[in-house]
Write a protein that binds this ligand. Structure first.
Ligand SMILES: O=P(O)(O)O[C@H]1O[C@H](CO)[C@@H](O)[C@H]1O
Ligand SMILES: O=c1cc[nH]c(=O)[nH]1
Length: 305
């Protein structure tokens, strides 16, 4: 059973968030264990009901730094402002909020708990963007890739998940208009190169991404190069590990979603991340700057309309 929230009186529920679980109806409380939040312990609509943009990424540090950055960009940075971690009390995730922007770290892998949080908070018209890092294919390190399609290891836009022992295939389609708008934001900024391309999502950093430096490797440099060339020919420009589950979950929930990842290295040239810590950190900030620009532009347009 589908349960849209924020349904308009005329029946249109364009940008409502869906969950699809009849069991939720019969639960008096929902404990969002991984966030250390819950429907009976926290007033989720009061805490999160005004959220319009959600940015997710692997590292807690990145998501805090994005919050500080976007607060400044939106003129919401008070003197001596501190941004407490809303998920304090659990070390699994870090979550920060400033105005209508929620910033959440997800480590490696993405929880569907975030969808339930937005649902319980009665959020509507939410845009979710993953701001991550990746390995590029045939791209100079530091280039930002806006994902056109998130594809699996055989370059198909799908996520296969085993549910009750049976494979279930889900679409990983992302919002094409949002991707174009983000690409445009990158071009407007003109501070770094931004391209659009397919993103391959893997289960593993080493063999899954055709690396030669993992604990296990049963193929040659030649095999690796030929697989990456095949990926490139299929439109793949970068590789990471969350876009497909992120895209599939957002699609199922009717959330407008995009993936923006910087490339940390060119996988055609190597496997190890040899750039200095400072350079890698500066690369990581690029998706934040791009998405910050986009959010600011959107909020200014809302204000004018
Ligand atoms: O930079 P983040 O968001 O962590 O994403 C990428 O980095 C991790 C691997 O180093 C994977 O989670 C991959 O998807
Ligand atoms: O090569 C890379 C770099 C970052 N993240 C990945 O998943 N792969």
């Amino acid at each position: 059973m589908k349960m849209p929230l924020g349904e308009e009186k005329n029946g249109a529920c364009d940008r409502s968030i869906y969950v699809n679980n009849p069991h939720l109806d019969s639960m008096k409380d929902d404990i969002l264990y991984h966030f250390n939040l819950g429907t009976s312990t926290h007033d989720l609509p009061a805490m999160f009901g005004d959220v319009k943009f959600v940015c997710v990424g692997g590292s807690p540090w990145r998501m805090k730094s994005f919050t500080e950055y976007i607060a400044k960009e939106l003129g919401l940075l008070e003197p001596n402002a501190e941004f407490p971690n809303i998920c304090e009390g659990t070390d699994r995730y870090a979550m920060y909020k400033v105005g209508p922007v929620l910033s959440v770290s997800h480590g490696m892998g993405i929880p569907s708990t975030l969808i339930k949080l937005l649902y319980h908070a009665h959020c509507t018209d939410v845009t979710v963007v993953r701001i991550g890092t990746s390995g590029g294919i045939g791209l100079k390190p530091g280039i930002v890739v806006v994902t056109k399609q998130s594809v699996d290891s055989v370059f198909q836009p799908r996520l296969e998940q085993v549910i009750l022992g049976k494979p279930v295939v889900r679409s990983t389609e992302l919002d094409a208009e949002l991707a174009e708008e983000l690409l445009q934001s990158g071009k407007d900024l003109a501070e770094f190169e931004t391209v659009i391309g397919n993103t391959m999502c893997t289960l593993d950093f080493y063999e899954g991404q055709a690396r030669l430096d993992g604990a296990f490797c049963s193929y040659s440099e030649e095999d690796k190069q030929s697989y990456l060339a095949e990926a490139y020919a299929a439109g793949v420009r970068n590789i990471e590990m969350e876009s497909s589950v992120f895209a599939a979950m957002c699609k199922l929930s009717n959330l407008r979603a995009a993936v923006v990842c910087v490339t940390l290295l060119d996988r055609l040239k190597g496997d190890q991340l040899t750039s200095s810590h400072d350079i890698l950190n500066s690369y990581q900030q690029r998706p934040q700057v791009l998405v910050g620009h986009y959010i600011k532009k959107k909020l200014n347009a809302y204000k004018k309309s």
